[in-house]
Design a protein. Structure first.
Length: 400
């Protein structure tokens, strides 16, 4: 009964001595669209009065409002009535996980919180915790060479950890991690994994910090880096984290990936990763592109773009924007809800754009298909991702 778990949750949230935070997220398929991607509730103290702060998140914005005790129960009822699939209520001594099935049945799991019991944080502007905290010893960070034995992040590795945490935030903000592979471990594929910092971080975050079982496969053409990552995986005794020497285009996964990631895969390697994810039916694709030579070579000077095209640096940036615009449009046409966001601050890397795509609908979308053909006709180019997808994509486009 919905009311049964509602009452359990509300009692915990309204307990002023123990309540820490509640997070509602994850979509339940087949129900009315939720106006919020996530809702976070926590206690705050303002001018010596207790309030409950509700932060409601869309894909691009968050809206925060504080409610006194007299109003909070009504706000809780409204939040619990929304079609979220996962609810986590954190108290000082115990976490309550509630998974809600498509039929509305609630599965409750209680887990004692290890370590020192702390009172709730009541500061109005509490600092936002990083997915992988930098202020405590972490065996994974130490194994990756990012952290010293006494728990300090190495000075020359702080940018790398910042990059990892920003990526994990974007991964978490999709709100679909709990629903991508119900009843089995997630299959994660890292295309062009390189030294595998991000591969191991995603594995650690899902399995150890979020409690979501996941398997990992990393792919790269660099034999030395693959051997290094494989050795590290063995040293950490990760039987479900493997690394393969292969190009992205030639790689054939043993199991269809649920999540495909590609961080700074060069030029058309990003397109190969996107194509692999689309063809495999991956539920989530995250790609931070690198250079964009393929489309750049096709660009010709045409009116009224002469002032842009005569400067090499401006032409290069135009090629970057056009390439990623085509990629985002192709993903939309292939049934993915897609956005293009800033990945990490520019002081950490100048390649700070992220394409984030969640599979939502069947391929199609005539409005996006028309936008694509119009943009392609104006520039007289053929994006490489179109070539890779072939008829599975071009059959969805309107006749020229």
């Amino acid at each position: 009964m919905a009311e049964d778990y509602w009452e359990i949750i509300k009692r915990r949230v309204l307990d002023e001595t123990t309540f820490v935070q509640m997070t509602l997220k994850g979509a339940r398929r087949g129900l009315a669209e939720n106006p919020w991607r996530m809702i976070v509730v926590r206690p705050v103290q303002i001018k010596n009065r207790r309030f409950w702060q509700f932060s409601r998140f869309t894909d691009k914005q968050d809206f925060t409002q504080n409610y006194p005790a007299a109003e909070v129960e009504m706000q809780l009822d409204e939040a619990l009535a929304l079609p979220f699939g996962s609810i986590l209520v954190r108290s000082t001594g115990e976490d309550l996980h509630v998974q809600i099935t498509q039929k509305g049945r609630a599965i409750l799991h209680r887990q004692a919180r290890n370590g020192e019991t702390r009172p709730p944080e009541l500061a109005h502007d509490a600092p936002k915790a990083a997915p992988i905290p930098a202020d405590r010893p972490d065996s994974f960070l130490q194994a990756l060479g990012l952290q010293t034995a006494d728990g300090r992040i190495k000075a020359d590795r702080r940018g790398k950890l910042a990059q990892i945490n920003e990526f994990l935030k974007l991964l978490e903000h999709t709100g679909v991690l709990e629903t991508l592979a119900p009843g089995r471990p997630l299959n994660v594929l890292d295309c062009g994994c390189g030294a595998s910092y991000l591969s191991f971080a995603v594995y650690h975050y899902l399995n150890n910090l979020r409690g979501i079982p996941a398997r990992l496969v990393g792919v790269d053409v660099n034999e030395k880096l693959i051997e290094q990552s494989s050795r590290l995986s063995r040293e950490m005794r990760l039987e479900d984290a493997v690394f393969c020497r292969s190009s992205i285009a030639a790689f054939q996964p043993d199991a269809p990936p649920d999540i495909v990631i590609a961080l700074h895969a060069c030029d058309t390697a990003t397109d190969e990763a996107l194509a692999l994810g689309i063809a495999s039916g991956a539920g989530l694709i995250l790609a931070a592109p690198c250079c964009h030579h393929h489309l750049n070579a096709q660009l010709e000077t045409r009116a009224p773009m002469q002032p842009v095209m005569r400067h090499g640096i401006l032409k290069n940036r135009l090629a970057d924007i056009l390439t990623d615009s085509f990629r985002a449009l192709i993903l939309r046409i292939m049934g993915y809800k897609t956005d293009v966001v800033e990945f990490v601050a520019s002081e950490h890397t100048d390649r700070n754009l992220m394409i984030r795509a969640v599979r939502r609908t069947a391929p199609g979308g005539p409005a996006f298909a028309r936008e694509y053909t119009d943009l392609k006709a104006f520039w007289n180019v053929t994006p490489y991702l179109e070539t890779l997808l072939g008829a599975a994509f071009t059959n969805l486009l309107p006749p020229v």
